[in-house]
Design a protein around this ligand. Structure first.
Ligand code: SF4
Ligand code: SF4
Length: 121
């Protein structure tokens, strides 16, 4: 398996958009949120974080690193490991995926139908 800690160094978190995260994670690390964040509950387990720049609230805006890396969500760990969520550093063409398409793909991975979700781009 690829060493993601190494691969992700210097990437700046290209795949770390404001995508659905476990509500539990957002609550447990509320004191590590990097920017003001709104929360849209999706179901009992998942919440959509809402940030003004469209990036994950756990992404450091200073060094582009995840501040909860060791505890990051399973969907974060799935990036690059499954074809529908390609690593954007290794596959730059994946950056062409729209935010909406990415949200739908992540939703599918989590068992949520997010096709109707309106996402600002
Ligand atoms: S795009 Fe790839 S290298 Fe960059 S943070 Fe995501 S998984 Fe890591
Ligand atoms: S929790 Fe960490 S790894 Fe997951 S999207 Fe946010 S910054 Fe990236």
């Amino acid at each position: 398996m690829r060493d993601w800690a190494k691969t992700c160094q210097g990437c700046g978190g290209k795949c770390c958009g404001a995508y659905p995260l476990p509500s539990e994670l957002l609550g447990r690390f509320a004191d590590r949120l990097q920017v003001p964040c709104g929360f849209m509950p999706l179901d009992d387990e998942y919440t959509m974080p809402l940030t003004t720049d469209g990036m994950c609230p756990f992404l450091s805006r200073h060094d582009g690193l995840c501040v909860v890396y060791r505890d990051r969500a399973p969907v974060c760990r799935a990036y690059g490991e499954i074809p529908e969520l390609p690593c954007q550093k290794l596959h730059p063409e994946a950056a062409l995926l729209s935010v909406h398409e990415t949200v739908v793909r992540i939703g599918k991975r989590l068992g949520l139908d997010l096709t109707a979700m309106r996402v600002e781009t």
